[in-house]
Design a protein around this ligand. Sequence first.
Ligand SMILES: [Mg+2]
Length: 200
Amino acid sequence: MAGAVAPSPLAEPGLWIERVGDKTFPSGCPALFLDRDGTINVDTGYPSNPRQVLLRGEILPVIQAANDAGWPVVIVTNQSGIARGYFGWEAFAAVNGRVLELLREKNCSADLVLACAYHEAGKGALAAGDHPMRKPNPGMLLRAAEILRVDLGGSIMVGDKEADIEAGRRAGLSRLFLVGGMGAMAERAALAEVRANRRP
Ligand SMILES: [Mg+2]
């Protein structure tokens, strides 16, 4: 709509909640939860430049399968680089926009993005040790489940760090996949799980 100002995805100083697209999902649907850096895109270390974003091809079939199954795809990403003063929410928005754009070019879509900037090394409003939204705490997954009315127990979490897996565990998920090993084994296992649990 011309002239319309999009509402800021910043729900609070250290929490970004962005609904992407307008797909709707039935209540009680499982979701595919994905970490971002190191899982969807190559982790270049606090990425803040959209031109450096490179997707990890291994994850794309998993996202496509979730899209095909009608599951929401939810990105949950710790962004302590903001609390540490390495970059700001504008740079986060640019990088994240690029990630979503590259996914669309591969016919993959994400439906919700949550990012947590809180960290014990932060200053002012972003200073928080063990914040409930920061993985390994489950806050981002729980908030996403409220927004999309997701069945957490039936959902899948994929990440590249133990904190991702632990956040999934604390949110009540049992199917947890740690990527980064040889031969994309975790991605292939996650893909098989999505396909096996697809509704007829
Ligand atoms: Mg990661």
